[in-house]
Design a protein around this ligand. Sequence first.
Ligand SMILES: [Zn+2]
Length: 64
Amino acid sequence: MMIPVRCFTCGNVVGEHWEEFKARTEENGEDPAAVLDDLGITRHCCRRMLVSHTDLVDVVAPYQ
Ligand SMILES: [Zn+2]
């Protein structure tokens, strides 16, 4: 689905970083850990929100 706006555990806003994280890791092939450090996402609860996310919104949307 869509990236959650806030971290489930601490409430920090992480959704705003998704597009840049996705572009830099998938298109530029950068190391995800280095990108997260660069974006200022230091807590592991927030990092897992981006690392473990799968964008399924375009797959699921036709069936709603
Ligand atoms: Zn967090």
